[in-house]
Design a protein around this ligand. Structure first.
Ligand code: SAM
Length: 251
């Protein structure tokens, strides 16, 4: 669509798809099982919010849910559509959702909502979710809290494969609560063996737990629970500083 702002994920969509997304799902499954799948009958309508290239979407489809995926990265959505051609994927911003359906559950995984860079925008996103969720519906998401950003990630982490080299490093500024992740991907996509380089900087914001809970309440959610990832069953490093939220819309 003309005039769409490019997402910082667009230029590194292939790298995200190949290197990162597969890491999240197996580690997060115990928490997703407990907080969502166990409560949601097969056939329920689920919105995968900030679905990326569709790794979690695929799991939702495999569990028999009727899924819509939304993300503002056109390149990630293109990969998701290639992987899951029957799923309804939309390129939309979470702060301006425009969906005609209502959902029994909305799921947003892998600290996607930390990519929303102001509290006002986060409030807008919650209000959008509130509009598309059915009465009795369940909104489940995870976000990084400050502890997660306190990890020192300034050294490059490097992943070397036969046809690609991925490099990632990050930094966090506690004063502005902004985190930057720099990604560089060298890849040989074609038979000509020529290397291409892709680079991006992805920005996140850290919100105090209290601000998230108040924003959910202001958006109209009640019965809000915040469950530390470790308590939700995540044992690996993924659980460090991560909080799961379950917010319900009353019947
Ligand atoms: C860390 S990825 C997680 C992707 C996916 N949920 C997963 O678990 O693999 C964060 C995702 O949030 C998306 N995103 C960031 N800001 C967004 C926004 N304002 N509206 C919609 N999607 C957004 C990015 O494009 C990216 O796909």
């Amino acid at each position: 669509m003309a005039g769409r702002t490019r997402s910082s994920y667009d230029s590194v969509a292939g790298m995200y798809h190949a290197l990162w997304a597969d890491w999240y799902l197996p580690a997060a499954l115990p928490a997703l099982d407990r907080l969502l799948f166990a409560k949601l009958p097969t056939g329920s309508r689920v919105l995968d919010l900030c679905c990326g290239s569709g790794h979690v979407t695929k799991e939702l489809v495999a569990r028999g849910y009727c899924v819509t995926g939304v993300d503002n990265s056109a390149e990630l959505i293109a990969l998701a559509r290639r992987e899951l051609p029957k799923v309804d994927f939309r390129i939309q911003d979470v702060t301006e959702l425009c969906l005609e359906s209502r959902y029994d559950a909305v799921l947003s995984t892998f600290d996607s909502l930390n990519h929303i860079l102001s509290l006002d925008a986060l409030r807008k996103a919650f209000a959008c979710v509130h509009r598309v969720i059915e009465r009795g519906g369940r909104f489940v998401f995870d976000m990084n809290l400050e502890e997660a950003y306190s990890m020192d990630l300034r050294e490059w982490a490097v992943d070397v494969q036969e046809r690609s080299v991925g490099m990632v490093r990050g930094k966090y500024d506690a004063a502005s609560k902004r985190a930057l992740t720099e990604l560089i991907w060298f890849v040989k996509p074609g038979a000509d063996n020529l290397w291409q380089q892709h680079r991006s900087v992805v920005e996140q914001r850290c919100y105090p737990l209290e601000d998230i809970l108040i924003a959910l309440n202001e958006a109209g959610f009640r019965e809000i629970e915040a469950i530390a990832a470790r308590d939700a069953g995540i044992k690996s490093d993924l659980g460090f500083g991560r909080m799961f939220f379950v917010a319900r819309l009353q019947e």
